[in-house]
Design a binder for this molecule. Structure first.
Ligand code: NAD
Length: 392
């Protein structure tokens, strides 16, 4: 099959297995080139392992610290006529590379919110790793079925309190126009917290603890974004921000339970904004990220998923010395994004940008290039006219 990108709004419905493998390989090479001698995790569970920050976490653990990894993901399998989703191909490439280095690497394609996925993961840990000393929680999901009641909750991306009008970029038509987002009602806020808040993270940690598969000194982290003024009304101060606040509550609850029994700890890690399948679905974010990339690339401070997670593991979670924690105990990895100089330049671009000067004022080209790469497209080394087998 000759595989070309098929973009539908903010997602690409095809993925290229060779390009996805290239994406994984480049991240592996980054970790190998930058790693230093540090004691790190040895047996790791990554929930949301196949794309974005979760994939980068798995790659850093395996190729930085030689960790065995079990991953949980929700991806589409390939058929003779249809490609798999990118995360499927990423995971196949990751497993092949990790196994070639003698590491245990297995992945469950299952709904992480279900009790069955937790039971299956526990059985795999018992069989292959005994215990885990790091649990990374990196889900980006639009809905969640509560495993105990069967009720399905959907998240919404809406402001809270009053309607918000903001510049927005239609990434298909390249048009910059204003959109107005109506405020969420109480149910929508509650449902978003149900999906993207800390409840499921806690359920995972409780199930793992109860099954006796957490090692002494275990660490766990979930990922969040906070942002500043430009994104606050649609992120930090919006429905998704409320869900992320709930992660802080969950981290405290998890830490309290782990500290007494296992000397373990739960952290919320704050990461920078970048292009992933999840962030491209958030209104306003593509324009913000395009402007941010322009400024941070000019400053020489631009980072992608692998640089952020490599820094999180090597400079914070497993480094000797004190961690860069904020007043709420979160690990902060996005200082360079929130830097006042950077934010004021992004704000200046924001005030001037329109459909005509988009390419000149922002790095929309870089945004688009990264977006294509999420699905394995846009690599010079890959022959996109070649016939490839979608079954991997
Ligand atoms: P992503 O879309 O790249 O990856 C999401 C992962 O979740 C995939 O591996 C997918 O398979 C998995 N997943 C989704 N639903 C699932 C389910 N029901 N069961 C099992 N697996 C499921 O997302 P991302 O952008 O890397 O986001 C990961 C986390 O990082 C999120 O909590 C997000 O809020 C946070 N974060 C993202 C950004 C950003 O700019 N992208 C910034 C800071 C924090």
């Amino acid at each position: 099959m000759v595989i070309k990108p098929k973009i539908r709004g903010f997602i690409c419905t095809t993925a290229h297995p060779v390009g996805c493998a290239q994406n994984v390989q480049e991240q592996i090479e980054y970790v190998k080139a930058n790693k230093t001698e540090l004691e790190g995790p040895k047996n790791v569970l990554v929930i949301g392992c196949s794309n974005g920050y979760g994939l980068a976490s798995r790659i850093t653990a395996a190729f930085g610290f030689k960790a065995n990894t079990l991953g949980v993901m929700f991806e589409k399998e390939p058929t003779e006529r249809r490609t798999a989703s990118a995360g499927w191909y990423n995971t196949a490439a990751f497993e092949k590379a990790a196994k070639a280095e003698g590491l245990y690497a297995e992945s469950l394609n299952a709904d992480a919110f279900s009790n069955e996925a937790k039971e299956e993961a526990i059985a795999k840990i018992k069989e292959n790793m005994g215990t885990v000393d790091l649990v990374v929680y990196s889900l980006g999901a639009p809905r969640r079925k509560d495993p105990n009641t069967g009720e399905v909750y959907s998240s919404t991306l809406k402001p809270i309190g009053e309607a918000v009008t903001r510049k927005n970029l239609n990434t298909d038509s390249r048009e910059v126009s204003e959109i107005t987002l109506e405020p969420a009602n109480d149910d929508e806020i509650f449902n978003t917290v149900k999906v993207m808040g800390g409840e499921d993270w806690e359920m995972w940690m409780d199930a793992l603890a109860e099954a006796g598969v957490l090692a002494e000194g275990v660490k766990t982290t979930a990922y969040t974004y906070i942002g500043k003024d430009l994104t606050w009304p649609i992120y930090g101060g919006a429905t998704i921000g409320k869900a992320k606040e709930d992660l802080d509550r969950a981290a405290k609850a998890i830490s309290e339970k782990l500290e007494s029994s296992l000397k373990g700890k739960g952290y919320v890690s704050v990461l920078k904004a970048l292009v992933t399948q999840s962030s491209s679905a958030i209104p306003v974010m593509p324009l913000y990220i395009s402007a941010l990339y322009k400024v941070m690339k000019e400053n020489g401070t631009h980072e992608g998923c692998i640089e952020q997670i490599f820094g999180l593991f090597y400079k914070e979670m497993y480094a000797d010395g004190t961690m860069n924690l904020d007043d709420s105990g979160r690990i902060r990895m996005e200082d360079n994004e929130l830097d006042e100089g950077v934010q004021s330049k992004v704000a200046e671009i924001w005030s001037q940008v329109n459909s005509d000067n988009l390419d000149e004022l922002t790095d929309f080209a870089g945004y688009q290039n990264e977006f294509y790469r999420l699905f394995g497209f846009g690599y010079d080394s890959v022959d996109y006219d070649a016939d490839v087998d979608p079954i991997v």
